[in-house]
Design a protein around this ligand. Sequence first.
Ligand code: AMP
Length: 557
Amino acid sequence: MLYHELVRVYQDLDSTTKRLEKTAILADFLGKVGDEEPELLSVVTLLCMGRIFPTWSEEELGIGAKLLMKAISMAVGVSPEDVENQMRETGDVGLAAEELYQKKSQVTLFSRPITIEKVYQNLMKMATISGNRAQFKKIDFLMELLSSASPTEAKYLTRTVLEELRVGVGEGTIRDAISQAFKIPQEVTERAHMLTNDMGLVAEVARMQGEEGLRKLTLKPGKPVKPMLAQLSPGIKTSVEEMGWAICETKYDGIRVQIHRHGEKIDVFTRRLENVSEALPEIADYVEKSLPHEDFIVEGEIIASRDGKPISFQYMLQRVRRKYDVEQMISKVPLTLYLFDVLYYKRPVLDEPLKKRRKILESIVKPYPGKLELSRQVKVTPEEIEMATDLFEASITGGHEGIMIKDPHAPYMPGIRGKKMLKLKAEPETLDLVVVGGTYGKGKRAHLIGSYLMALQDENGQLLTLAYAATGLDDQTLLELSEMVEPLIISKKGREVKIEPSVVLEIAFSEIVESPESETGYSLRFPVVKRIRSDRGLDEIDTLERIQSIFKNSQKS
Ligand code: AMP
């Protein structure tokens, strides 16, 4: 099939901004390719999206703007500076190439029509060539195409080389076009794509084997899967009740990874399906030691820590983007991988309920303390909600983000943000408040104050009580806090005490809510003592104004 036909489609796509029209144009073309040259479907599908390789592929063309400009200058017989100037003027390599081609009325140009196969073959050759003089050979392959191209072909070809097609076709549009062209229900195409992340393959199977074939497509170690996403929990109790019972886990604040073992190879993918194995070599090492030598796909979160406390996830971002000095980074900050799911073990297991997948995960992981562990979890029934609040408190004081609440009966749903996996996070903002009262614990903790009544100040320095905060603190800090507070007790009534305002605590919480019966008019959801602020005095605690402003901002988002 001639490249010219694909270029006509690009032009049609360019002429409309309406998604439905774009879908119809693509569906028509994919149908035609399917009828005439079905073996080209996979390639054409990728090219329509402006891609040469699937997103997760490690392969790249290795042709930057500079090299491309040089090739254009050779093809049209002008200087590289002319190409650069033209590009500056138009702001786009495709438009620059098109104009230069139009100005040049050489008869030798576009003497031979190019085919889609030829374009694809040459692009592949450019990607795979390496070693001596690779750059020159890449230019040769590119020149072979450019010297036969028409002005419009040059426009789209050059954009394709830089993977910047700009015809406004996203994954959703092409997926719908495949459904329309081959009469497949949308959800079937969508699932096939979520599982394989290979739109070319989806188009080919849709054409050759129809709906039944697509339904049989499944995940394969080595090819990343779109991760299942989380919604916000409306509250622990409601969420647990809706699920019947729930699996609650610490929510780690790092980067989510999917780890694939296929044969001897271990690949680490991010949630955006980028392969970051090389940037994180120690992870493959831990996985090699802790998991069986079988094909599998497991999922987890990697966090970086210093002195046993997690450090900002920004650091993890630096690590995954790092190409050089990786060794040096490894020794500086240790990483821990917390695994929380398994999608494949010898066979696909994603359709098994979470409770069974977790059992499989537990049976195959031999924890490597501090390096590779299972996510901390508790099973919570509606009668034992405090197990989840305890985990929330422990997570916050441990420096983590909050908790996940997961439906134990749910299968793994790639790419879906549903109600089967929920998150409850602490606000990134914390409050410094003063202790004005407390309640002693029960049982083993009867000698310790278990929750503290916290107050803020208004604009006149008057203290107003806001909320009782639970102590997610470890025993040592809890004891230290009790020793600080006990001499300040003014009065005692049952388990309740009044305390002279002096000790300042940093309080984390999940949300500020309006509460007419509270002295401030507000209250906190899931307030937890994060740490003792011995460095702060009574006059430095947070104000009513700050609460009002955080509340207003949260209403906006
Ligand atoms: P968010 O990024 O705020 O939508 O929260 C969901 C993210 O929490 C997931 O994509 C994971 O990266 C992360 N996460 C941390 N710990 C867990 C866990 N135990 N289970 C599932 N996801 C987790």
